[in-house]
Ligand binder design. Structure first.
Ligand code: MG
Length: 215
C-alpha cells in the first residue's frame, strides 16, 4: 500500500492517482494547446515520499517539472455535484507531475496515450500534507516552485479553469472516486527542464515547504 504523510507524521493510504492537464489557461498557452482540461491517471508507483531519493530517468530525453496542488479524498462517489465533491477533500499537498517531454511530444504526434511519459517510476515526488481543517480559505491557496534558487512557477487555485469541486465532479462522471484517491489539479505556467543534481523547493504558502533533490 502506498501512503502519503501528514505534517504531524500520520500516514494515509493512496488508492489511485488522477490528474488533469491544461487546468490553467497560461500553461495551456505555453504548450500551444487548447485551454481544455484533459484527464489522465498516473500509477501509484509514480509516488515518491518526502525524503526518498528522486531518481530521474536517463537517456529518455527532456524531463520537465510541473508543480501542482494535490488533494487527498477521505471518501468517494459517482456522478457527484461540485459541492459534494469538494467536501470529500481531507488534505492538501504539493507534488510534481514529472513528464518526459520528448516522449510525450512523440506520443501526441502519433495519437498515442501519455502513460509512459507521465507514469514512469518516480514521476510524482510529493510533499507532506496539511489537513483541510488547517486551511481557512481553500479558494485562496497559492503555491510556488523554485529550482536552484530561481522561482519558476507560481500557482493560485483561483486561476484554475476547473475549480477543485468541479474537477472532481467531472472525473466522477466517468470514473468513480474512492477514499484514498489523490488528485493532481494541474500546473500553472513556467514548466521547464530538470536535471540530476538540481535542488528545488515546493511551497504551499502559509502551510508547508518541501525541499527536493534530484539524482
Ligand atoms: Mg501536470
Amino acid at each position: 500500500m502506498h501512503r502519503i504523510s501528514m505534517l504531524d507524521g500520520a500516514e494515509l493510504p493512496v488508492n489511485k492517482v488522477m490528474a488533469v492537464g491544461r487546468n490553467y489557461a497560461a500553461h495551456a498557452a505555453e504548450m500551444n494547446a487548447a485551454a481544455e482540461p484533459v484527464i489522465f491517471s498516473k500509477p501509484v508507483t509514480s509516488l515518491v515520499s518526502p525524503g526518498e531519493p528522486i531518481i530521474l530517468p536517463r537517456e529518455r530525453g527532456s524531463i520537465h517539472y510541473e508543480c501542482e496542488l494535490l488533494v487527498w479524498l477521505k471518501d468517494g462517489g459517482t456522478n457527484l455535484k461540485a459541492e459534494e465533491a469538494a467536501a470529500l477533500v481531507a488534505a492538501y499537498g504539493l507534488g510534481l507531475d514529472l513528464t518526459l517531454r520528448d516522449i510525450q511530444a512523440e506520443a501526441k504526434a502519433k495519437g498515442r496515450p501519455w502513460t509512459l511519459a507521465k507514469g514512469f517510476d518516480g514521476s510524482m515526488p510529493v510533499s507532506r500534507f496539511v489537513p483541510v481543517g488547517a486551511v481557512d480559505n481553500p479558494d485562496q491557496l497559492e503555491f510556488s516552485f523554485t529550482l536552484n534558487d530561481e522561482v519558476k512557477q507560481k500557482g493560485k487555485v483561483s486561476n484554475m479553469i476547473l475549480p477543485i469541486g468541479e474537477l472532481l465532479s467531472y472525473i466522477s462522471q466517468w470514473i468513480t472516486l474512492e477514499r484514498g484517491d489523490l488528485i493532481l489539479t494541474g500546473t500553472p505556467e513556467g514548466v521547464g527542464p530538470v536535471s540530476p543534481g538540481d535542488n528545488a523547493l515546493m511551497v504551499l504558502h502559509n502551510h508547508l515547504e518541501q525541499p527536493l533533490h534530484f539524482s
